[in-house]
Write a protein that binds this ligand. Structure first.
Ligand code: IMP
Ligand code: MG
Length: 175
């Protein structure tokens, strides 16, 4: 992609404004009293996770898991590698899984199955920054999402291409 130009799809102000709105929806859904464990799916969700967490009003615990389904390509490999799934006991807790983008749904299908069967959480919900509905292969929908995206490969704000561009404060794509 080195000969192509990186274009801005969503600027920083639009991103953070919309993420704050998603945080408000999450606050309205859970209320401000009960504890919520938010689980960041590394590495891609890191920026969305931090931006979202700043605006949550309930007592929050932050946890991190590390999964990989893309390898180095732009197309889903069809396999999920669990790099780190160690979590504290979540029995009886409200859990919100936070992911960068739901594409085929393979990664989140795997993680939600794991959380529901092994962790015995009281409730597991899902927040994603981007919903790429057109690519979906698993019957899964996010409970909260910031933006729809069509079938283009996007980078920035945590999302990478070959491990680059995660640091960009905006969402870009190559044209
Ligand atoms: P899924 O398992 O097919 O839903 O793929 C989800 C994972 O693929 C995401 O967590 C991302 O890491 C990666 N991914 C999917 N679409 C994109 C994209 O447009 N840009 C960068 N990474 C993507
Ligand atoms: Mg990811």
């Amino acid at each position: 992609m080195s000969d192509k130009e990186l274009k801005v799809l969503i600027d920083e102000k639009t991103l953070v404004t919309r993420i704050k709105e998603v945080a408000c929806d999450i606050n309205n859904y859970y209320g401000s009293k009960d504890e919520l464990t938010i689980v960041c799916v590394l590495k891609g969700a890191v920026m969305f996770f931090c931006e979202l967490a700043k605006h949550l009003k309930m007592p929050v615990r932050m946890e991190f898991v590390s999964l990989s389904s893309y390898g180095d390509a732009q197309k889903s490999s069809g396999k999920v590698s669990a790099l780190n799934l160690s979590l504290p006991p979540l029995e009886g807790k409200n859990v919100l899984v936070v992911e960068d983008i739901m594409d085929t749904g393979l990664t989140l299908n795997f993680l939600l199955d794991f959380m529901r069967s092994k962790c015995k959480a009281k409730d597991v919900k899902l927040a994603v920054m981007f919903d790429k509905k057109c690519a979906r292969k698993y019957p899964l929908e996010p409970d909260f999402y910031a933006f729809d995206v069509d079938d283009k490969f996007i980078v920035g704000f945590g999302l990478d291409y070959l491990e680059l561009h995660r640091n960009l404060p905006y969402i870009g794509y190559y044209e």
